[in-house]
Every structure is written in structure tokens, then in C-alpha cells.
Design a protein around this ligand. Structure first.
Ligand code: AMP
Ligand code: GLY
Length: 428
């Protein structure tokens, strides 16, 4: 098969790396790709938003399957456009991608179909939003409706913070049209888990749960980021919880989308808060998670390309694969200043000593080539991902490897996996 992966992050490096191992693969392209991806695919410089050029490229190169990494092109309707041109693409259509494209849509869907989530109100005007926040007098979460690159949700500890946040969004329009409507929701306490499932609209195949670390600093402190590290499996996630998530969330969501005339196909990512009363949905994403995909696919024993193809061809009931029993853990290395402003173009050193290992992958996220040298080109730069016989070993290997890589301003959290470790050591 001739395959195209769209995107240039750590997730796409990981997808391309795993697809490259498929016995079905004849040729792999990635647009626009990055220096890490170029070791497994031919990278072609077409932007992920340039649907027209991507479609022309896929036609010209007779691509059998296109795998879309980021949410932007999905929400913009890339899959519909490809289908209209007789091309197969993995991911939901524009109508179905609204599940991530609009928080207002997804919250209303959950309310309508009784899918557990935080209580909420929707506002398109500042005055009633302000009045509502004042009436709550406690922590709330404020979210912009539209896509915001993972930066549109604010956990506000008190009324003052929440008022300031809605003012920035609705008065100063810090998020432009994405913030025309806001969701103000109940603050939930608990532990977060990401559950990704493949679905062709009728069969749902949940993948192993993963725990991301959204906050910038150790101990889950500081501002939210796109994700600072992740590991799988998740000790918190026992069989009882898995079964509740399937029955109370995954099945009703796929059913609801069908009932709404928005049949969902692709990978469904559910961001959960596991509360005292059970799992509740924080958000849906319509694509693979980043960095969740890195540890997840390190553990996948099976043909990813075959699974993606089975999803597109409505044959997911035939899916066959298993999970490596080892633990996988990914540490994200970032540029100083991320998630705010950061400098680019810093040379990255130390890759040589880490290549060729079965239990370790350094996935490139924000890198580029400058005068034949790999330099930083984004906030999240690398995802150092290791397999170990247990969490401690995976953690040790990932941190040892991260310690061998250097660039000016490199930063990473030192405690990825801390919740699992605490649970395993039975520390309350
Ligand atoms: P979201 O963009 O909706 O996934 O939110 C980003 C992050 O904000 C989540 O991963 C949580 O850490 C936090 N968050 C979102 N909604 C809530 C909530 N209702 N209660 C507590 N934390 C939340
Ligand atoms: N790591 C969070 C996300 O992919 O949205």
C-alpha cells in the first residue's frame, strides 16, 4: 500500500514509525514531516491546512490510505474532500469532527444523551456569564467553544480568576471567533485518564488507557500545556472502570453521533476525569493524542496500518492485535518558555548514542534541519519514550535517555508517572 501521513509532530513521527513496520506497506510519505519522520518516510513540504494541494498530491501519488494526524484538517473537512475525490482517509468527516471542533456541540450532545460530564452553562454574552460565575462562588472551568490548540481551557480557582478569564475571552477576544461562545463548567476532582478507541461506526475497539501530564511543572502545577509526558498502562484503570467507560461513554457516544446524522469513524479520544462517583468526560478529541500515541504505539503488537485500514473499510470486528506487557513512558522535552513564547533554531545534540534500541525511541515533535543540523522548531521538541519491565524501569530508561540529549533551554518534567508510582507503592 501507498500511505500518506499528514502532520509534523511527535504523534505523526510515531504513527509513521509504526506504519513503516507494516508488511502491507510499499511506500510511505509524510507532509510536511520533520527530520525524525524522514528516517521512515519521504517528507514532502505541503502544509496540513492546504487541503487542495494534499488532495492533488494523494491523487498524483496514487495514495491508498491517508492518515490525518492533527485536528485542524479534520475539523476543516479534509476527509470529506478526499472522499469526494475517491481517496481513502482515516479520520472523521467534518460533521463528525465537530465533536472536537465545538465544545458547545459536545457538551450539548453529552447532556442530550446522558453521557456523564461536568455540569455546565453556555454563554455568548459577557454579562450573564459574569452573573453566573458570581453566583457559583467557587472554582469553575472556563472553556472557549472552538479549537485553541489545547490552550482554550482554564481551571479557575476562584471567582476573580474566572471573571478575568471570561473578560479576556469575550471582551478582549483573546481567542478571536473560537471564543464567541464559552462553556462555564463545574470543577471536577479526580485523576485524569485518556482513553482512545478505534471505531468504524459500528464496532468499537478501545485501546489501552494512557495517562497524560498536562501541567507544565512537577506535581501537576503551573499552566496547562499540550502534554508533558505520558505512560501506559494506567494502574488506576481496572477492569471495572474499563467496562463502565465502554458502557457509559464510548458506546453511547458512537450511538449518539449516529443518531445525530454524524456517524463517527476513526479514532475517538475521550479525556476522562475519574471521580469518586465514576468516569466523566472532560473533552473529546477526534484524533490520536499527543504525546499519548507515543507510549501507546510502543506497546502495540500488531499491524497499525491493518487496523487503520479495517476502520476505514468498516471491518473493525476483524481487528487482531495484542499489547506488549511492558510499561511505556514518554518524557516530552520542551523549549524554554513553552507554552508561552519560546526561541527556535537551537541545535539539538546527543541523538547518536540513543539510536537502534528496541526499547527506546526519540520521537521528533518540534524539530527541523538547518545546515544539516537538527535544531529546535517548536515548543514541544522531542518525546523520549522507553519500554521497561515495570514503571520504574521505563521511567529510569526514559530519563537516562533524556539526560543524554541537550539543547539550549531544554526543559522537561522530572516526575512523569508519579501518580502510578504512588498507587503502586500504596501511598495514599
Ligand atoms: P480540555 O481542553 O477540556 O481537555 O481541558 C484541559 C484540561 O483542563 C484537562 O485536561 C483538565 O486538566 C482540565 N479540566 C478541564 N475540564 C475540567 C473540569 N471540569 N474540572 C477539572 N479540570 C478540568
Ligand atoms: N495530550 C492531549 C491531546 O492530545 O490533546
Amino acid at each position: 500500500m501507498r500511505v500518506l501521513v499528514i502532520g509534523n509532530g511527535g504523534r505523526e513521527h510515531c504513527l509513521a514509525w509504526k506504519i513503516a513496520q507494516s508488511p502491507r506497506l510499499k511506500k510511505l510519505y509524510c507532509t510536511p514531516g520533520n527530520p525524525g519522520i524522514s528516517s521512515v518516510a519521504d517528507c514532502v513540504d505541503i502544509a496540513s491546512e492546504d487541503t487542495e494541494s494534499l488532495c492533488n498530491f494523494a491523487r498524483k501519488e496514487k495514495i491508498d490510505l491517508t492518515v490525518v494526524g492533527p485536528e485542524g484538517p479534520l475539523v476543516a473537512g479534509l476527509v470529506d474532500r478526499f472522499q469526494a475525490n475517491g481517496l481513502r482517509a482515516f479520520g472523521p468527516t467534518k460533521k463528525a469532527a465537530l465533536l472536537e471542533g465545538s465544545k458547545v456541540f459536545s457538551k450539548n450532545l453529552m447532556r442530550k444523551y446522558g453521557i456523564p460530564t461536568a455540569e455546565f452553562r453556555i454563554f455568548s454574552e459577557l454579562v450573564p456569564a459574569r452573573r453566573y460565575i458570581e453566583s457559583i462562588n467557587g472554582p469553575v472551568v472556563v472553556k472557549v467553544d472552538g479549537l485553541a490548540g489545547g490552550k482554550g481551557s482554564f481551571v479557575c480557582k476562584n471567582t476573580g480568576e474566572a471573571l478575568k478569564t471570561v473578560e479576556e475571552i469575550m471582551e478582549e477576544r483573546a481567542f478571536g471567533p473560537a471564543g464567541e461562545r464559552v462553556v462555564v463548567e463545574e470543577y471536577l476532582e479526580g485523576e485524569e485518564v485518556s482513553v482512545l478507541a478505534l471505531t468504524d461506526g459500528k464496532t468499537i475497539v478501545p485501546l489501552e488507557p494512557v495517562q497524560d501530564h498536562k501541567a507544565l511543572y512537577d506535581g501537576d502545577k503551573g499552566p496547562n500545556t499540550g502534554g508533558m509526558g505520558a505512560y501506559t498502562p494506567v494502574p488506576l484503570f481496572n477492569a471495572g472502570l474499563a467496562s463502565r467507560v465502554e458502557k457509559e461513554i464510548l458506546v453511547p457516544t458512537v450511538h449518539a453521533m449516529k443518531r445525530e446524522g454524524r456517524s463517527y469513524k476513526g479514532v475517538l479520544y475521550v479525556g476522562l476525569m475519574v471521580t469518586n462517583t465514576g468516569p466523566r468526560v472532560l473533552e473529546y478529541n477526534v484524533r490520536f493524542g499527543d504525546p499519548e500515541t507515543q507510549p501507546l504505539l510502543m506497546r502495540l503488537d500488531g499491524d497499525l496500518l491493518g487496523l487503520l485500514l479495517a476502520t476505514v473499510e468498516d471491518r473493525l470486528e476483524e481487528a487482531e492485535f495484542s499489547w506488549d506487557p511492558r510499561v511505556a513512558l514518554c518524557v516530552v522535552m520542551t523549549s524554554a518558555g513553552y507554552p508561552g513564547n519560546y526561541e527556535k533554531g537551537r541545535e539539538i545534540k546527543g541523538f547518536e548514542t540513543l539510536s537502534g534500541r528496541e526499547d527506546l525511541m526519540v520521537f521528533h515533535a518540534g524539530t527541523t534541519l538547518k545546515q544539516k543540523k537538527v535544531v529546535t522548531a517548536g515548543g514541544r521538541v522531542l518525546g523520549v519514550t522507553a519500554l521497561g519491565k515495570d514503571l520504574q524501569e521505563a521511567q529510569k530508561k526514559a530519563y537516562e535517555a533524556a539526560g543524554k540529549i541537550s539543547f539550549d533551554g531544554a526543559y522537561y518534567r522530572k516526575d512523569i508517572g508519579w501518580r502510578a508510582l504512588r498507587r503502586l507503592q500504596k501511598i495514599p
